[in-house]
Design a protein around this ligand. Structure first.
Ligand SMILES: Cc1cc2nc3c(=O)[nH]c(=O)nc-3n(C[C@H](O)[C@H](O)[C@H](O)COP(=O)(O)O)c2cc1C
Length: 390
């Protein structure tokens, strides 16, 4: 997976910088071409000469002293993958805020290659609200984080903050370069639909769109062209083409224009909508209205009915046992159904975790443990890729 791949190793200024020499070694052993870029602080912990000797080329250490015209953009374009290890709190903050004031920070901003960061710092720094915010920002930008883990830290302290080991980073790097969905279009629907009662009010549901957005991100990370049709105001996942919609009808119309190889229906679509939305805002003085409902279009069924060779994944958010979802999987003609009990703790709408059960069309079930929605999305996309022989 790493053989012949061009990897830039960014080293920032923490004690764990000594481990980056081992990491460079492991990457070279895995067949990668490695170039190194260091911050000024990193050079206080480990010499540039060490990396020069290991990799056969001098690390980039200064934007203005380097003989090439634009060293950071040149390195950024050369990279197929950038790994920052260790990633200090300061380097993470620079990336989160787009500050390009040293060779590593400028390379990180200039590259379009995937970026993996292996943070290392004292527990207090890692747990500081500023670092938490910065990590959320860089994750939302699509950068990948490995660790930190618990263990012995500099100065004899023990706690969370230990950098991932070189071997762990190499394995992680392989998964980042693994793009099994390259060349495929993945359609994802996300969020709860809103069905107008009047120009102001709607019938809706509690779906946040987090699961669907995580699936879109996981598919894009695996190389897919992603079309995300969403009612959620969550930020666009990196790499996904986003269509913002409100109602089941709008979602259907957006979906009809997309011709995917894989379709994942994670949206919570209303089953019924008001038969007639009031033209004007309903007024209390007119007394309680009588609501007449009509069925909404079945978006999943419309895609299955196309008869195209589309791998279809349905989601069944239920409040009872798995039986209804099994019945639904058989009836709907999906290739996979993902069931979750939305009333279970740590599962379903609005949470960052989910406990799902995968249901095959023949009714076979596979119950997964409670995982982050990002992890559920990753596992799901790996399974779909696998089923498509990728
Ligand atoms: C002995 C020592 C160890 C340090 N270790 C860390 C560390 O592990 N993580 C971290 O974020 N900062 C650490 N720092 C602080 C950074 O070196 C400092 O914030 C520096 O500005 C980081 O710059 P850079 O991100 O540009 O390399 C350490 C400083 C010293 C003096």
């Amino acid at each position: 997976m790493l053989s012949g791949r061009r990897v830039v190793l960014g080293v920032s200024g923490g004690v764990a910088a000594y481990k980056s020499a081992y990491l460079a070694r492991r990457l070279l052993e895995a067949g990668a071409e490695v170039r190194v870029v260091m911050t000024p602080a990193a050079q206080r912990f480990i010499g540039a000469q060490t990396f020069a000797s290991l990799t056969g080329s001098h690390p980039l250490t200064d934007l203005f002293e380097d003989p090439s015209v634009s060293p950071h953009t040149e390195l950024a374009r050369w990279a197929e993958l950038v790994i920052v290890a260790p990633a200090t709190a300061a380097t993470i903050a620079r990336l989160a805020h787009g500050i390009a004031d040293n060779a590593l920070a400028a390379t990180l901003l200039a590259t379009r290659a995937p970026v993996v960061l292996a943070p290392a710092m004292h527990t207090e720094m890692w747990e500081h609200p500023a670092t938490r915010r910065n990590i959320s920002l860089i994750e939302a930008d699509g950068h990948r984080i490995i660790g930190p883990f618990s263990g012995e830290l500099a100065g004899g302290d023990v706690g969370i903050g230990r950098v991932a080991e070189p071997e762990e980073i190499v394995e992680f790097a392989k998964t980042v370069l693994h793009r099994p969905l390259e060349g495929l279009t993945v359609l994802v629907t996300a969020g709860g639909t809103r069905e107008a009662l009047d120009p102001v009010r709607y019938l809706g549901n509690r779906s946040s769109g987090k699961m669907g957005h995580a699936i879109a991100a996981a598919a894009a990370q695996r190389g897919a062209h992603v079309e995300l049709v969403t009612t959620s105001s969550l930020p666009a996942p990196p790499g996904a083409n986003v269509h913002r919609v409100e109602s089941a009808q709008e979602m259907l119309e957006a979906v009809e224009k997309i011709h995917p190889d894989i379709a994942v229906f994670a949206a919570a679509v209303a089953d019924f909508r008001p038969a007639q939305a009031a033209q004007d805002k309903l007024s209390r003085s007119d007394g309680p209205p009588t609501l007449v409902l009509e069925p909404t279009p079945d978006i999943l069924a419309s895609v299955v009915a196309r008869g195209d060779d589309i791998f279809v994944v349905g989601f069944a958010a239920e409040t009872g046992g798995v039986e209804r979802a099994i019945e639904k999987a058989k009836r709907k003609g999906v290739d996979l159904m993902v069931y979750n009990d939305v009333t279970a703790p740590g599962s379903g709408f609005g949470t960052d975790t989910n406990q799902v059960t995968l249901i095959e069309p023949d009714g076979t079930v596979d119950r997964w443990p409670q995982l982050s929605k990002a992890e559920v999305a990753s596992r799901l996309m790996e399974i779909v890729a696998n089923r498509l022989g990728r």
